[in-house]
Design a protein around this ligand. Structure first.
Ligand code: GDP
Ligand code: IMO
Ligand code: MG
Length: 425
């Protein structure tokens, strides 16, 4: 595996946490490279369920150094709470390393996220309201506060006061909200900083050294290709780069340091929040996917929108992230259906789009072109090898890899870590 990027190949919630955790068993370092606590990664080990939002999935294992890279935005309160929960459950997060260059989510970011969404009304993005977008906005407008700034009180106060001068004007005059108090925020955040001080490290150097020394490093993506700020369905996206390029800038390593890009895709597709979704099913089949697949958000509890697998979008993900292999998740959920569909192209008017259209309007207007596959309609959740899958399920997997253009090397048939097997060639 040496250095493997685990990436969401759809609109998030594909099962990245499960696979990152599985790979972490043989890893030395697991590093998150973008996003923040908008992510919700579920790991099921026997009776134990862990829902992680910021701490990398590898934290479960004592052999792994969990790292939060510079490309992430960190809400220190949430991070400390997550670490406390882990401790409470017998997992020691004391080895966690945090990049000093990661940006800090401040209370005004959370507030601005919520009031902007309200302001957008029917055009709202459906964000997780965790302050992710406003924190990245400050990063890119160079008004952000980084983790390392918390350890330099003069710089911190200066940055905080400068930020508040502007934010408080926006909050009071545009959004009719109460202003934030600098002293209160400062006291709160300096206390968080004191509690996190042992964790702050040169994350880029640490990961680079691990790769140089031939260790196994897992880059754990959050969200997915179609939520990428550049390559996703803008503006209905998150404010970072979940695609593989984000792993490089979000940690500080180069393309040659990476050995594999493992795309994670459900055997169908889901999205939570607003935005175009060509294969969305507003019928009983869509509802069955939600019920059987347990498609409710880990972070916000929202019902996820569901539909048939979209091979156009999957091929696009493979291309823009340089995905070298796929893990196909939740195949068990499709056992429900007598007939299973895959979208192989979009049709809009007289035009057929075998490739992801460059004009986003097409995604709203198009009808998917489907090919139909016979279902298997037997419980496959106990299957532990590819050859033991029903023939129809095997041929479905083979067709997915044909359409995606890369091999499916792993199949998942249940939430539990054990309900996964490799696919032989
Ligand atoms: P992530 O954000 O990509 O890590 O994915 P989430 O954890 O948000 O969502 C995936 C959900 O599907 C979680 O509840 C997992 O426990 C569950 N899950 C993962 N793999 C499988 C699978 O193969 N079958 C079923 N039925 N559930 C799965
Ligand atoms: P994981 O890592 C699914 C979605 C939100 C919203 C949009 C922007 O668990 O796959 P944000 O709060 O990021 O500004 O919201 O992105 N979104 C996710 N959808 N899985 C996620 O993470 C997501 N993180 C953000 O629902 O549509
Ligand atoms: Mg999730």
């Amino acid at each position: 595996m040496p250095a493997t990027i685990v990436i969401g190949a759809q609109w998030g919630d594909e099962g990245k946490g499960k696979i990152a955790n599985l790979l972490a068993r043989d890893a030395d370092v697991v590093v998150r490279y973008q996003g923040g606590n908008n992510a919700g990664h579920t790991i099921v080990i026997g009776d134990e369920v862990f829902a992680l939002s910021l701490v990398p999935s590898g934290v479960i294992y004592p052999n792994v150094i969990p790292v939060i890279g510079n490309g992430c935005v960190i809400d220190p309160k949430v991070l400390l709470e997550e670490m406390a929960t882990l401790r409470h459950r017998g997992i020691d997060p004391s080895g966690l390393k945090i990049s000093g260059n990661a940006h800090v989510i401040m209370p005004y970011h959370r507030k601005l996220d919520a009031v902007r969404e309200r302001f957008l009304g029917k055009n709202q993005i459906g964000t997780t309201k965790r302050g992710i977008g406003p924190a990245y906005l400050d990063k890119f407008s160079r008004d952000g506060i980084r983790i390392q700034d918390l350890y330099d009180p003069k710089i911190f106060h200066n940055k905080l006061n400068t930020a508040l001068r502007e934010k408080n004007q926006i909050l009071t005059k545009i959004y009719n909200q109460l202003p934030f108090d600098s002293a209160a925020i400062s006291e709160e955040y300096l206390e968080y900083a004191a509690r996190l001080s042992d964790h702050v490290a040169d994350a880029s150097l640490l990961v680079w050294q691990a790769i140089r020394d031939g260790k196994n490093v897992v880059f754990e993506g959050a969200q997915g290709t179609l939520l990428d700020i550049d390559h996703g369905t803008y503006p209905f996206v998150t404010s970072s780069n979940p695609t593989s390029g984000g792993a490089l800038t979000g940690v500080g390593v180069g393309p040659k340091d990476i050995d594999a890009v493992l795309g994670i895709a459900k055997a169908y597709i889901s999205r939570v929040g607003s935005g175009p979704f060509p294969t969305e099913l507003d019928d009983d089949i869509g509802s069955a996917m939600v019920e059987v697949g347990g498609e409710f958000g880990t972070v916000t509890g929202r019902r996820r929108r569901c539909g048939w697998l979209d091979a156009v979008a999957l091929r696009y993900s493979v291309r823009v992230s340089g995905i070298t292999e796929l893990a196909l998740m939740k195949l068990d959920v499709l056992s429900e259906f007598a007939m299973i569909r895959i979208a192989t192209a979009y049709r809009s008017g007289d035009t057929e789009y075998p490739d992801f259209p460059r004009q986003q309007r097409v995604l709203y207007e198009c009808e998917p072109v489907y090919e139909d596959h016979p279902g298997w309609q037997t419980d496959i959740s106990g299957v532990r090898s590819f050859n033991d899958l029903p023939a129809a399920a095997q041929s479905y997997v083979r067709r997915v890899e044909e359409l995606a253009g890369v091999p499916v090397t792993m199949v998942s048939v249940g939430p539990d870590r054990a309900a996964t097997f490799e696919v032989g060639r």
